[in-house]
Design a protein around this ligand. Structure first.
Ligand code: WQD
Length: 337
């Protein structure tokens, strides 16, 4: 069965391609290589021994998307990762985000709605909750006014899918990720942030390897036990496996509603200082850091209530924060070797 993975050469996309191939799916990847490289294909093949089909294509080009589905008319399901995802950049350049993240989604759905049936997995984010009132966060926590155009494109994307599924044969699952971290145990694939990493874990690993002098800890005056912000750091391999399970749910028509939503996290919150401690433990490296003012747009705390994913989806994160840090460190050393 052929599955389209858009953004399949990206961080979460590439790990998901590996898990799809492990489950025997035929995979075709669409990627415009704006935030990834074709070398990632080699890493996937080294892990699974199977070469996915790959089409370099920009989903903003409607004609190219239409042509793709003419050629690959046997695509049974789509996992849609391709999107711009840097929160800060989205504030500076909102139209880039609205054009890329929204038009790509619309063109994809316009092709899928013509099929007799289509399974669609959407890469969403816990960012839609903003600062949720109650921890841990459940799927029925209110979607708050987006803190950034990036977050808004995820909210709008969910609404577009929901409205479309109501009147077409598309069945969809919205996966709201918490904080994806780590890398495949083989170190053949991992996170490749371009330039100075915005996210915590790649910055830590680059500090550990000596690429960065010192980590800035954005805020130590949060109302949390150690004063630093809390997030739910989920190993990217656990996250990838959840996508395969969600897709199989739709392909096997086990879904209870046309659109279902699941939070994907570990259910455990970790502060910035706890992440640093975990990394120092597994790497035996000291991470020099300095407390700096809070980062604009950051929330205090977010970690997932995983009951629905565990019981309804039948998925549970298995890897720990230490295992995620160890894999991230192994990957950083490999990339810099
Ligand atoms: C985590 C914590 C920072 C860097 C974002 C997006 C989310 C998803 C994941 C795309 C925060 C602190 C960070 C640093 C620090 N992205 N930090 N020093 O902001 O929770 O989530 O990335 O899908 O949608 O919103 O992740 O890793 O940037 O930050 O102290 O150099 O680490 O303030 O508390 P975030 P993050």
């Amino acid at each position: 069965m052929k599955i389209l993975v858009t953004g399949g050469l990206g961080f979460i996309g590439s790990h998901t391609v590996v898990e799809l191939q492990n489950e025997g799916f035929e995979v075709v990847i669409i990627d415009n290589l704006s935030n990834s490289s074709e070398d990632v294909l080699k890493g996937i093949v080294k892990i699974t021994g199977k070469e996915p089909l790959f089409e370099k294509l920009d989903l903003r080009e409607k004609a190219a998307v239409q042509n793709f589905f003419k050629i690959h008319s046997d695509v049974a399901g789509v996992i849609h990762f391709a999107a711009s995802k840097a929160v800060g950049e989205s504030v500076e350049n909102p139209l880039l985000y609205y054009e890329n993240n929204i038009s790509s989604l619309v063109y994809l759905l316009q092709e899928l709605q013509q099929k007799t049936e289509a399974s669609f997995i959407f890469s969403s984010s816990c960012t839609v909750y903003g600062q949720a009132e109650k921890m841990p966060i459940t799927e029925d926590a209110p979607v708050q006014v987006a803190m950034s155009p990036y977050g808004n494109t995820k909210q709008i994307g969910e609404e577009i899918i929901t409205d479309t599924a109501k009147v077409t044969n598309i069945r969809a699952i919205l996966l709201r990720y918490f904080n994806p971290v780590g890398a495949h145990e083989t170190t053949e694939i991992g996170e490749l942030p371009l330039g100075v990493p915005q996210n915590l874990v790649p910055f830590i690993t680059q500090t550990g390897i000596g690429l960065r002098k010192e980590l800035s800890v954005f805020g130590n005056d949060y109302p949390t036990p150690d004063g630093t912000a809390i997030r739910d750091y989920i190993h990217v391999v656990d996250l990838a496996k959840a996508h395969v399970i969600a897709l199989q749910r739709l392909l096997n028509k086990k879904n209870l509603h046309k659109v279902e939503t699941f939070n994907l996290g570990t259910g455990k919150g970790s502060s910035v200082l706890e992440v640093i401690t975990s990394f120092e433990k597994v790497s035996e490296k000291k991470i020099p850091y300095q407390f700096m003012p809070r980062r604009e747009g950051d929330i205090t705390e977010a970690y997932a209530n995983t009951d629905k994913a565990n019981t309804v989806l039948g998925w549970k994160a298995e890897l720990t924060l230490d295992e995620a840090m160890a894999s991230a460190w192994k990957w950083e050393q490999k990339v810099r070797s």
